[in-house]
Structure formats: structure tokens, C-alpha cells
Ligand binder design. Sequence first.
Ligand code: T1G
Length: 655
Amino acid sequence: MSAMRFSESVTGTIQDGVLVVTIDNPPVNAISAHVRQGLVEALDHGALLGLVVGMVVTGAGRTFVGGADIKEFGKPPVEPTLPEVIERVESCDKPIVAAVNGAALGGGCELALACHGRIASDMASFGMPEVKLGIVPGAGGTMRLPRLIGTIAAIDLIGSGRMIKAAEALSLGLVDGVAADHLDAALSLVHDLAGEPLRRTGLLDVPATEQAAVEAVAKKVLSKSRGQTAPAEAVRLVKTAAQVDLKQGLADERATFLRLRDSTEAAALRHVFFAERQAGKVDKLDGIAARKMETVGIVGTGLMGAGIAVAALTVGYRVIGVEQTHEAADKGRERIAGTLDKSVQSGRLAAAGRDDCLARLAVTADAGQLAAADLVIEAVFDDLTVKTELFQRLDGIVRPDAILATNTSYLNPDEIAAATAHPERVVGLHFFSPANIMRLVEIVDCKATSPDVLASALAFAKRLGKLPIVCGVTEGFIGNRIFSAYRREAEFMVEDGAAPHEIDAALEAYGFPMGIFAVYDMAGLEIAWARRKRQAATRDPKARYVEIADKLCEAGRFGRKAGRGWYDYASGERMVVPEVTALIEAARAAKDIEPRHFSAEEIFTRLLKAMSDEGAALLSEGIATRSSDIDLVMINGYGFPAHKGGPMFAADDRA
Ligand code: T1G
């Protein structure tokens, strides 16, 4: 029988006496209004339902349903709402089975929950990621999921927003089966259910659970949700599922969802969601193909080089690590193997994958082996002479079509590129340590970088699973330049009367995992000190300069590793100590500064302004393409809380 069309994105065919309804709303089968209307149309075809034993709902392509249509949020609701559709599915008098062909997320998972049975393909995944958007499930997820898999598992999934694969879904009881041919299995399940009393998820009782175990999983899940509202609300709702009747629970959930959907936290997280999907798009690269790359050379296998090597090995590249001596090469290989072991221990890499990675790794003192590399990344000491001499050597080793990438944090990649015979093949790849874990990579589009080299660098970063942000050449690129700006502002305030721990407290109250002075101590003060000494001769004598950090270094206070910096760390915890307070007071006195009090509000307002002003300068100079890129850099590289949207979003929101 030819396909029936219920709406622009929902079609049906009758197979083996079952009405198979397919949702086809690219790119992720989001439940837009026309999807909801099509599903109700399919259910309304009573005649058809009279002709068939039941229904199967499935998705076209590789996603089952990627959730409600986030792009519809904030627009006037269009009937039927998703809860109305869910209610129609669950109360249908014929069996409806979900054939979950791919990701069933948010509303997609809720749609599957409302069905009377669920069959997953091997490629299926499930998740309730609403809290990652600053909201809670809004179509029955908090009430139905605990009825199916129990309160503890439901708190874990809904409170964390994590995704699970088909096998875990089966073990939890979220699906009735996993089948390579999930559609056939779903058709069979419809026939098995036909004529039997239907298991309506919403009418099941929530399995009894030990309160202590519930509180333990709630505590664990919420420990990771610093300062956010949605996770706590989601956990509260799941807990109440066992205490209230379905109607009451659904009403509470819907009211909570609508309230949170209009919150600043939700707007910020939606901003981040769409920003991440814009990040890797560069207009000038439309139609430019990336080069095929399978072998990556990495010069320098210290902490950064080893991290980059593991990131590349994990996704299938061959890696050639190069060191200056055989001994250093052996140490580099050990470091990479050790990092791979940690990836296995943390579950980021399957045990079998470790040996496969090592089989694709060579670490050598023979730089000539880089002749086989498609891309060579330098991760050597951040010194201009060292890097330019290395690139000149590489010119005579690598193939003419090989790409050279510098991982420099502060040097000018244009100067490094100018040292080579082919500057057009040089690009910046600024990884953040540890490079195998941190998602952020700043891709520096140098003056001479050719478009296909830039496109290849972007493709490489995406294959590594990184969040690539393209930027122009400026000292510190996007992240470090903004970090320097708000570090300066923080030091101005210390010189004017604020204590470092007051500034750190203001940042941590806003949602940063660690205040700037604690971060400073963690990173170590000596590198910045060395850079300031190099720049002393060219510093603008009229510009305000705070000497406190220099005085700390002169006193041997180099940070956490030295046991003391802005704070003391003798007990392991950071301690405010009189020696630093006295040093700060002396610096103020030397400039006849009468210290004054700063409120937490004033502190954060000034720091946010310093970040957003520098961001605005980066945009006006053309270094950053879009303000949302700046937000992503500060969120993913410098601890800016995602649920505040980033400095540009937050500054707009306060304006
Ligand atoms: N709504 C609208 N657009 C979406 C979307 C969604 N739910 N999900 C993705 N897109 C767009 C995305 O912006 C991009 O657009 C394109 O699809 C490809 O996305 C009632 C209220 C499904 C795992 O949070 O996790 O349901 O850039 O690059 O890598 O309780 O998309 O091409 O223009 O990410 O293959 C809950 C969000 C919603 C899932 C696919 N659902 N999406 O990953 O593609 S709230 C989510 C994802 C909800 C209910 C509540 C991923 C994916 P463009 P992509 P991908």
C-alpha cells in the first residue's frame, strides 16, 4: 500500500497488519508542530486503526526523535502540545510500539515512554538532556521514567542529562528488546500485545525504593550542577512521582517546565547549544575541501604533546612523535601510554582500543620520519627562536603538501610562518591542557594560511571531537587575551583595596569553579612573570601597572606547586596569609593608595565588563568571528559558567 501522508513530516504505511508511522523531520526529527499534528492525524485515522492490529512509531534517518523543537521555545504554543500527543498515544486502545532507530532524546524519549512497548536498534540511544538546556522534561518524563526504570535510575538520567546506549536501556528495563532489525521486532511485538491488556506506563506504580539510596543518587547528581536550578527541580519532580497521582505529577512537571523554559538560565543554555553548532562554520570555507589526513606528526611529547597524541590516536590517526633524543623519545612514549591507560580507566577509551592506539604510535628521535606525516603539530617550548628554527628544519623534511601547525599560546604565529618557505601551509592549533580531555581548540587563521589548510585544521579538530573556534592573530588569541584583561582588572581592584579571596569568592559565587587568583596559583606565576619581564622594555609607561604579582615571585611565591603564591597551601587547602596581605598593603602604600571596600556585586560587575569589553574589541578587530564564539571560549577554556551563557551573553543580559 502506498504511503499515507498525515503531515509534511509524518507518513504511514501498513505492514503486516500494522500501521507503521514514520517521523521524517530533518535534521534530527525534532517534534515540531507539524510532527505533533501528523501523529494525532495518524491516531485519528480510526478507520485505519480499525483495519490494523496496532501501530509502530519510528524515525527516518539515523535519529529516532531528537526532542522537542528547541527553535519553537519562546514562540506561542501551537496545538496539539506534546503532552496532548503523549496522552493520546498512551491511552490508545490498540498497541503502539516505538521502533527506536537512533537517538531518542527529551521529548523523543517521552514519546517512546508513552508507547506500550519499545524495541531499540543497536544504534539507538536514550536520554533526557533537558537540564542541559536549563529546563526539566515537559511531557511526562519525570513521571513515567521512574515508573519504568525506578526512581534511582530516573534521577541519574534526568538529573544528569546523560545519554545511554541500547544495551544499558535494556538492562534498565527502558526497552523490551534490542534487535538488529528493530522494525521487524517491533511489528512482532505489536502482534504479541494485540488483544492483551496494554501496559500503560503512566498507570504503573513507581517501584518502591530505599529513601537513603534515593538521597544518595540525588546528592551525587546534584553535586555536579553548580549553581543551576533545573537539575534540582528535575530531581524533585522524579522523587514526587512516587508520592502523587499521575495527573497531579504531570501538572507540577508542566508548570515547572514552562517556568524554567522562560528563565535566563534556559535562555543562556539554549544560546550555548546553538553557539556550539555555529562555532565551526566559516563562510569563506564554503566549497573548500579539507585535505585527507591520516598521519599526524607531533614534535614534543611533553604534557601537551602527549595529550594531543592521545586525542589523535583515540580517533584513529597514526601518530609519529618526535623528540630530540632517544631517551626523551622513550619517555614520551611512556607518557602517551600512561595517558592512554588513564583514558581506559576513566572509560573514555575501551581496553581493546589501547593496544590498537599503541600499534599506530611511533615515538622517535629521527625527525626524518615526519616525511610520512600529513600534518605536523609542534608542541615544543614556547620560545620564538625554538619554534622558528624547528619550522625551518621541518621545511626540509615534510612533504610539500604537509600542513605545519603551531600550538603556541602567546607567540605570533605569523612570525613563525614567515620563517618557512611555505607560510601558506602554517596554521595555529592552540590546544588547552590536558589536550586529550579539554574540548576547546583555538584555530588560528594566520595571515598567510591558505583556505584549504584552515579547512583541514577545522576538520582535524572536529574529528578529534573538539570544539574548534577560529580566530585571527593577536597576543593570547581570544581566551588568553580576555583572561589577561580581567586578570588586570582584578589586580587593579586588589591594589585599590579588594582582597584576592574576596575577588575569588565573587567569581565562585557567580558560578566559576575557581576564582582567578586560585587559578593563577594553579597555573603558576613564573611564566607570566617571565613574560612581563620580557615586555618591560616596551611597556607603556603611562599605563597602570600593578607590581604585586612580581613581588610575590620575587618572594618565591610561585603558586600552588611551590606551596605558596597568592595563597598558602601548606594544609592542601588555600589559606589567606599575613605575608601576602602585608605585601599587598606595602604595594598600596608605595602608591599612596587609600584602600577601599569592594562589594561582591561591584567586583563581578567590573570583571564581567573587562571580559566583555575585551570581547567587543576582539570582534571589532576581526579577531573573533562572532560574540557567541567568545562565550564558548570562556566557558570551555576558562570556567565561565555555561548556565550564564558566557561573558558576551551575560553582559547583554545585564545591560
Ligand atoms: N530542536 C531543534 N533543532 C535541533 C534540535 C532540537 N531538539 N537538536 C538538534 N537541532 C539542530 C541543531 O541546531 C543543528 O542545526 C542540527 O539540528 C544538527 O544538530 C518536551 C522540552 C540529536 C544528538 O536537547 O543532542 O525535548 O546547525 O549538529 O551532532 O521534555 O543535535 O544544522 O542548523 O547537534 O548529529 C531535548 C539536542 C529538547 C537534544 C544530534 N533534546 N540535540 O547530534 O547534530 S527539549 C535535546 C542533540 C525537550 C521535552 C523537552 C543533537 C543530536 P544546524 P547537531 P548531531
